[in-house]
Write a new protein. Structure first.
Length: 287
């Protein structure tokens, strides 16, 4: 069965690489190679994810429900994650559940708030997307948002996203609502100095060759295909989980994606980041 699935994945990847539309778009080619080379490991990770979801579901009992599920991922940073959780609790949208997922580093003390829940994995996965998958699968909500432990949201983050996701068509506007939105991200160094503001309008053609969306800014309508890749991606590997998610949602699932050019995310450019790999050449302040 696994061999058959592996061959199927290889054929699908080959079609992507050979497609005239995709040829020359490096990220698509790299991802096709990833699916072939890392297929078996990804399959094993999916089996672990399913087993852990079953275990943690029994531990939680009834899964928490709200309009928005805010998934906070963490690993061995009990102090810094408190700031991330605090920024989620400070949202003007209060109909939310905050699921803190610890990647087997030890679940920190959590705020005494009925909206906050926490789970700890039985072993370290070290795949950011998979850790986020647990938070989404262990909650029930109409929308899902993601926040890593070293980043923070502005109080209007969810409100801004939901305004676009739930907008009423303006007079003469017959276009459908978006399924996924992402806001602008203020990226700064530990001393507070600004590196840049990541704010790029969504462009499907541009996405084939460039990752310009950070998952901390994403709020998406929940549907069965809303999950991150289970492939193990080394730090600094290409492409990242953020890119794979947006590419798959927009191209494979035909989801409507919209950028909101409002800064609602404070991103820490952290040389000690657990899941991200910031090279020194990238970590230079703006002149």
């Amino acid at each position: 069965m696994q061999i058959s699935q592996g061959r199927s994945a290889a054929r699908s990847a080959a079609k992507l690489v050979l497609s005239p539309v995709m040829r020359g778009n490096s990220l698509v080619v790299f991802e096709a190679r990833n699916k072939v080379v890392r297929f078996r490991a990804g399959h094993a990770t999916r089996k672990f994810e399913d087993a852990e979801v079953a275990r943690l579901t029994r531990q939680l009992g009834e899964l928490p429900r709200a309009k928005v599920a805010s998934v906070v991922t963490t690993y061995r940073r009990p102090e810094i994650v408190q700031r991330a959780i605090g920024s989620a609790l400070a949202q003007t949208v209060t109909d939310q559940v905050i699921m803190v997922v610890d990647d087997a580093g030890g679940l920190p003390d959590l705020p005494d708030d009925p909206r906050v829940f926490g789970v700890s994995l039985s072993r370290n996965v070290a795949i950011a997307g998979v850790v986020r998958n647990f938070g989404a699968r262990l909650t029930r909500s109409e929308y899902v948002a993601f926040l890593d432990d070293d980043n923070q949201w502005a109080p209007n983050h969810l409100e801004t996203a939901l305004a676009a996701l739930e907008r009423s068509p303006a007079e003469g506007d017959t276009g459908p609502r978006p399924d996924v939105v992402y806001t602008a991200v203020r990226r700064a160094f530990p001393d507070g100095q600004l590196m840049d503001v990541l704010s790029v309008p969504f462009d499907k053609r541009k996405l084939r060759a460039e990752g310009f969306v950070d998952v901390n800014s994403v709020v998406a309508r929940r549907f069965p295909g809303l999950h991150f890749s289970r492939l193990n991606r080394p730090k600094g590997g290409t492409p990242a989980e953020d890119w794979e998610l947006l590419f798959r949602l927009s191209y494979i699932h035909r989801q409507r994606v919209q950028h909101i050019p409002v800064e609602t995310v404070n991103y820490l450019v952290n040389p000690e980041a657990y899941w991200s790999d910031w090279q020194w050449s990238e970590m230079q302040p703006q002149a």
